[in-house]
Each structure stands twice: as C-alpha cells, then as structure tokens.
Design a protein around this ligand. Structure first.
Ligand SMILES: [Zn+2]
Length: 335
C-alpha cells in the first residue's frame, strides 16, 4: 500500500527519516498539500539516536534535525506532529556493558538497556522533557518494561534485589529462585518499572499539562498476548492506564501477520483485548498501532480488529525502523 492510500483512509502514519523514500522536502511537496493532518515521527529511535539536536542524547548522524525541520514545515503548512520515543530499546547505551540488560545466562542483549539504571533514567527524563517543549499534542513511549522474562540480572539488579530481600543473595536468574523469592522478584520488577514510567509521564506533563503521554503496549500472539506482562515485562497495565489515561496497543508487532476476521485466531485476539472494557469505564482511551501495512489484506485485517474493539485512532509505520529485526529477535528469544 502506498502512503497516499493510507492517508485518504484516515490512517495516521508513523515516519522515521531512514524509512522515507525521498528527502523531507520531497515528502512534504507530495503529501503536504491536503493529505497530512496528523503525522507521528520517531524522535528517539531504537539506535538510541535522536532526530533533533538534544543536549543529552546523541543525534542521528544522517538526520540530526529531521524532527525540528518537520515541526517547522508543519507549522507553515498546517498539520500536527506527534512524537514517538523508544525508551529501553537503545542501541547506543546498550553498547556499554554498564547499561545493557543481561539475561540469566550472563549474556547481554544488544538492543535493550537495563531498566534500573538511575543515570539512564535521568537521560530519558531529560530527553522526554526536551521533546515535551516542542509543539506536539502527544508523545508515545515505546519499549517500556523488561525485554524478557529472564532479564535483568546485571550486577546492579542482582545487588539491588538482594538488598530488597534483605539477605546476601546470589542468584543466576529467576529459574534458580524458590517460590517465595520468585514472587518478590515479580513484585520488585513491577515496582521498578511503574516508578520509572510514572516519572517519565510526570516529567512530560510538568512541561505541558495538556500533552497526552501514551505508553505503547505490544499485544502479540507470539508473546502470549498479556500472559507475559507482569512476570515477563514487569508491566502492570492497570497502573499504566491509571497514570497515562491513554494506551496505544501495538498489535502483533513481531508476528506481522494479522488474523483474518471470522477466524479462530481473530476471536482469540479480541478475547485478549477484553481488559479494555473495564479501563474504558474508568475513562481510559485507546489507540491502535500496527507495524507496516503492506497489502490491502493486511489493512482490512487491521481495520477489522480496530473496529471490533471500537478503536478509532489507528497508526501505522511507513517502514520498519533501523535494527528492528534485532529488537524482534531479542524480544522473541531468537538470539
Ligand atoms: Zn539490570
């Protein structure tokens, strides 16, 4: 599908400069005249690099001012630009062994940083504040939580969790724990993630209280839908929803194929979204995101899913961001 096809159907594109087939100027000359209403740009990519000149984060070498150029054009042409920020997927920081997240086998991941590094929290808070100062109505926060169930067992996490248990405790990972320790491990991880995500949301809202700060939650059949949320990612959806009041569900980001309407898989998918009902009654809003909509069939499947759960705001990436494949393999435990 062409971007134009998606725009006329009211799909909101998520762009990154590496995924554009042309320069920003050419892109705007094609789509700027009437097609663009709401566009979302990745502002801090999986690479850890930003598309604006940050005081804190390294800027992308090829496109250091893509986002600020886009904002300038948006103001003169008249469309709105939202920001998409990768939090714990950050190749730049993860390349440093003091920051990358480590699995039970002692192997560090390439894309993900440990969610428990105060220095990285400060880094992200500064970046989020910088972005909140731009004229954007919403900021999506993606790649929150632990990368996987067996993360993180870096030196800092081991020391801190031992301290939390109040004993000198040596462990290799969750597999080596007894039931009581494991319960505490799950609780401790939830607490850590809730704390940092709340601080990121509050930091953005402190700059601009009208800003919608929207956590992005992958809902993927390959990841077992919601089953991994608490024990795997350390994410409590209820707490996220109460803090943010708006969640973006990223449907099958790693499986890519979406279930066809009327199939058993489709019904199963909808069942796994039943948690939305209660949250909606508490005033929580939902948007939906799907990777790249390449074919008419994929678009039809995505649209059917969104309609089945009454989601109106639908976003799609126009191209996979750099190094997405590595991120996917790490999430699914393929590497
Ligand atoms: Zn760690």
């Amino acid at each position: 599908l062409e971007l134009r096809d998606l725009l006329v159907r009211g799909v909101n594109p998520i762009i990154n400069p590496h995924g554009l087939e042309s320069s920003l100027d050419e892109f705007l000359s094609i789509y700027g005249g009437g097609y663009l209403e709401n566009i979302t740009s990745i502002v801090k990519d999986i690479t850890g690099r930003t598309y604006y000149l940050s005081k804190m984060a390294p800027a992308d070498e090829e496109h250091p001012s893509f986002f600020t150029d886009l904002l300038e054009a948006a103001e003169s042409i008249g469309f709105s630009v939202s920001a998409y920020v990768n939090v714990f997927a950050d190749l730049f920081y993860a390349a440093d062994s003091r920051f990358n997240t480590q699995r039970g086998n002692g192997k560090g991941l390439e894309v993900f940083v440990c969610p428990n590094k105060p220095e990285f929290h400060n880094h992200m808070i500064t970046v989020v504040k910088e972005i909140a100062k731009f004229s954007v109505p919403r900021i999506f926060l993606s790649n929150l939580g632990y990368a996987r169930k067996d993360c993180c067992v870096c030196e800092d996490c081991r020391a801190e969790f031992s301290n939390y248990l109040g004993i000198r405790y040596e462990f290799d990972g969750p597999d080596s724990m007894d039931a009581d320790q494991y319960q505490k491990w799950v609780f401790w991880r939830l607490m850590k993630i809730n704390d940092v995500v709340q601080r990121l949301i509050q930091a953005a809202k402190a700059v601009n209280s009208d800003l919608a700060v929207i956590p992005v939650l992958p809902i993927d059949s390959e990841l077992g839908f919601l089953s991994e949320y608490k024990e795997g990612f350390g994410i409590d959806i209820q707490t996220f929803a109460k803090t943010a009041k708006h969640l973006a569900l990223e449907i099958n980001p790693f499986t890519t194929i979406l279930p066809a309407p009327d199939s058993n898989e489709f019904t199963k998918f909808i069942e796994n979204l039943s948690f939305m009902t209660e949250l909606r009654s508490e005033g929580v809003e939902f948007s939906m995101i799907h990777g790249v909509l390449e074919t008419e069939e994929e678009y039809a499947h995505a649209k059917a899913l969104a309609e089945a759960v009454d989601i109106r705001q639908f976003y799609t990436q126009i191209a996979y961001p750099p190094r997405f494949r590595t991120l996917r393999e790490e999430r699914l435990g393929l590497r």
